[in-house]
Design a protein. Sequence first.
Lengths: 109, 116
Amino acid sequence: KNEVEQSPQNLTAQEGEFITINCSYSVGISALHWLQQHPGGGIVSLFMLSSGKKKHGRLIATINIQEKHSSLHITASHPRDSAVYICAVSGGGADGLTFGKGTHLIIQP
Amino acid sequence: DARVTQTPRHKVTEMGQEVTMRCQPILGHNTVFWYRQTMMQGLELLAYFRNRAPLDDSGMPKDRFSAEMPDATLATLKIQPSEPRDSAVYFCASARGGVVGADTQYFGPGTRLTVL
């Protein structure tokens, strides 16, 4: 079973700062997902990637398959980015996700 | 705007009662997942289906939980009998799936279950 570790668990930053959240996993995967969950519970998929780098607006996700590591970056952070960011992986011929424990991000004005 | 829908959104029940949660996947999505979220365990996979056939239910307590897809537009998760430790938020997600695996998963709003 894949073990997914995220760091940091909690992160508080000032508006405008560059944010990095890290994710590592123990076993080879077919895809890595970054999810966002706001207070109140809804889960939104931000990225699904299996190699390289993806960018959407101020969000950038990268993955290094050899090192079994991914990062999520937020540029010019804003209070509305405050949420829990969850890393999840699929693999071994199965599409169900194995989740990290999440990073609780607070962006202060 | 296509969305995954789940009913009910909230359910409070007493221990021993049967609970049924329903999910309508996005039209055209052939892969449906059930996940559970608790404070202690976080998010975990319970089961998933492709083209209505169960592919993995290893995360589901078999003695009390059952998951089915009566048709392509409806997935159900049933708990009988319910126990207080089943209190959690249950999420359904759907995706397009094929030979190379499933695409991006779209999550429903969840069913918050409280078992007293």
